[in-house]
Design a binder for this molecule. Sequence first.
Ligand code: COA
Length: 333
Amino acid sequence: MYSSKIVSLGHHVPDTVITNQYLSNLMDTNDEWITERTGIKERRWIDPKVDTVANMAAKATRMALQRANLTEKDIDFIVFATITPDYFFPGSGVLLQRELGLDGRIAALDIRNACSGFIYALSVADQFIKTGMYKTILVVGAEIQSTALDITTRGRNTAVIFGDGAGAAILQRSDKQGILSTHLHSDGRFAEELYVKDPGSSRPHAERQPEQILDTTSFKVVMNGNQVFKHATTRFMEVIQEALDQNNLKKEEISLLIPHQANLRISQYIQAKLSLRDDQVYNNIMRMGNTTAASIPIAMSEAWAEKRIKENDVLCLAAFGSGFTWASALIRW
Ligand code: COA
């Protein structure tokens, strides 16, 4: 059996910065409420004339390739995590493949596990490398959340949280064990606690005709914030402990925890429970908002560039999100 290692990271976020002040002009909210409940000060939203999920992913990929002196031709397989694909189908994997000029040569797989999507994708890529099927895999998380938000007072509990962006990781076969383990969970009983209903295929034919869709509420993000918060705090802790136990590591041996950037209060809760110092946890939600599957790879790419991740460090990734799904990964850098 082979081992896999992350050899490079990259990210791209849209140019447009959306401040809390800007949102308070669109809906009944304010900087104080958003900062206190979520920690978010600003997020990036796309300009639909410039950005797509696939082209943001391509920009993140090119940064990762350049940082490792690799080229598009080195990629054997693409695993693309997003719940906001450019089209209802096909998925964004093939669109990224086209952007990278890799048509027909390699395969592209799409993962739709929301905020846990990047760790799910990393886990899939890790298995393909371990079995020897591929040597170099591009793992991407990219999202455009802004266009599915209800940016009126009715949607203010979600509109203030989510942002857009893309992050990419290059995984390669390695002599040294980089990815130590990944841990994946889901519980569909809570599917409707955080979801977008449409375009749902189970709708009767008549209801799916564009001229019938006068009320577009069902195309917007719906979230039961209290339920999500409650489950997230429990599941984050469980899945981090599961990863530590499997590798016989103690919580104080985590060099850097990169939690999915759901809400700063959730990150701070986990940090306190694990008794980690500030320098052992990486957060960028203050600047990026919650970018769903993109949040972990964007944060990793930033942390790596800031030299917060060093050789031999134990990196812990953990996520929770819609589904519900939750996941963790332990990595020896
Ligand atoms: N600005 C101002 N007031 C807002 C608001 C906003 N953006 N959003 C909601 N409110 C109001 C509510 O309408 C409610 O008003 P009421 O008391 O008059 O009814 C009040 O604030 C409290 O709402 P509540 O939903 O109980 O607040 P909360 O403390 O639970 O915070 C969240 C809301 C969404 C910030 C919080 O539940 C949360 O962070 N949940 C987890 C979300 C998450 O992590 N999602 C991503 C998962 S991957």
